[in-house]
Write a protein that binds this ligand. Structure first.
Ligand code: GDP
Ligand code: MN
Ligand code: MN
Ligand code: MN
Length: 250
């Protein structure tokens, strides 16, 4: 398996055709996985906003006030308002906002990004990243597309790439029922392939001024394994998230 960045990607603006940008620069092969940073998907989809687009309601003012007090860092209530509007559930409200976005991804500040955003204050995640992935896939005739974002991790320091959308492939490889080397049957392992590809792609995407938001993964073989649609957990089956519900920071 090999990974390489798509060269010479320009600054992406609203309306840009990411599929055309890839196909003009790379001769894709069957089975290639095109991994696209959500930042450029969002830019192409016009998800750039300013703080002034989000006049703060009482809930956002309360959240921002409390966070400013807790962290000693002045938080803009309009930012909290943008986070609330992108979210269906506030999972943690202190000492940072952890929410579930409308498409099921749980992340800090609903994944709203303030880096690599030209001329605006805020870059929201794509509305429905798997639909974005499907549009790109159809446009380049790529076999598989993954939309990535860099996210923090509970329990560990350091961020890494994760998949927030995908098309042309199942998100997970199901090992259940397969034997290990001693013939013991695997009972629980459902491997999040899209997250693993996103993490690998993120190594080449970079986080700063690299300018390499699109990475091609070549010769990744799925192998003779089952598929699973499992990716975002439902709250009913997510015991960590349930435990956070009554939690307070002090
Ligand atoms: P995220 O992980 O989706 O939040 O994206 P990042 O902000 O970490 O950016 C990933 C990579 O894409 C970095 O190398 C950035 O320099 C690059 N990048 C971001 N926006 C653009 C753009 O409009 N054009 C190009 N060529 N690169 C960009
Ligand atoms: Mn991001
Ligand atoms: Mn990143
Ligand atoms: Mn193991």
């Amino acid at each position: 398996m090999k990974l390489f960045p798509v060269p010479d990607v320009p600054e992406i603006r609203e309306g840009d055709d990411l599929a055309a940008i890839v196909s003009e620069r790379v001769e894709l092969r069957p089975g290639d996985v095109v991994c696209v940073a959500s930042t450029v998907v969002s830019k192409a989809e016009g998800r750039l906003f300013d703080l002034s687009d989000f006049p703060a309601g009482p809930r956002a003012r309360e959240l921002a006030g409390r966070l400013s007090e807790l962290t000693g860092d002045e938080k803009d209530p309009r930012f909290a308002q943008a986070v609330l509007e992108e979210s269906v559930e506030l999972v943690m409200e202190e000492p940072f906002l952890l929410t579930e976005t409308r498409f099921g991804h749980v992340g800090v500040n609903a994944g709203i990004d303030r880096s690599n955003v030209a001329d605006h204050d805020l870059l929201l995640l794509p509305k429905r990243p798997s639909e974005s992935a499907e549009r790109i896939r159809a446009g380049i005739d790529a076999d598989r597309v993954v939309v990535t974002d860099t996210c923090g991790r509970p329990f560990r320091h350091g961020q890494r790439g994760v998949a927030i959308g995908w098309a042309g492939m199942a998100p997970a490889r199901d090992w259940r029922g397969e034997p290990d080397r001693d013939g013991r049957e695997l009972g629980v392992t459902v491997e999040s392939v899209v997250d693993e590809l996103a993490a690998a792609a993120n190594l080449l995407q970079g986080e700063g001024a690299d300018g390499t938001p699109i990475v091609v993964v070549r010769d990744f073989e799925w192998g003779d394994h089952g598929e699973s649609d499992a990716h975002f957990r439902d709250v009913e089956g997510d015991f960590v998230r349930q435990a956070l519900r009554n939690w307070r920071y002090d």
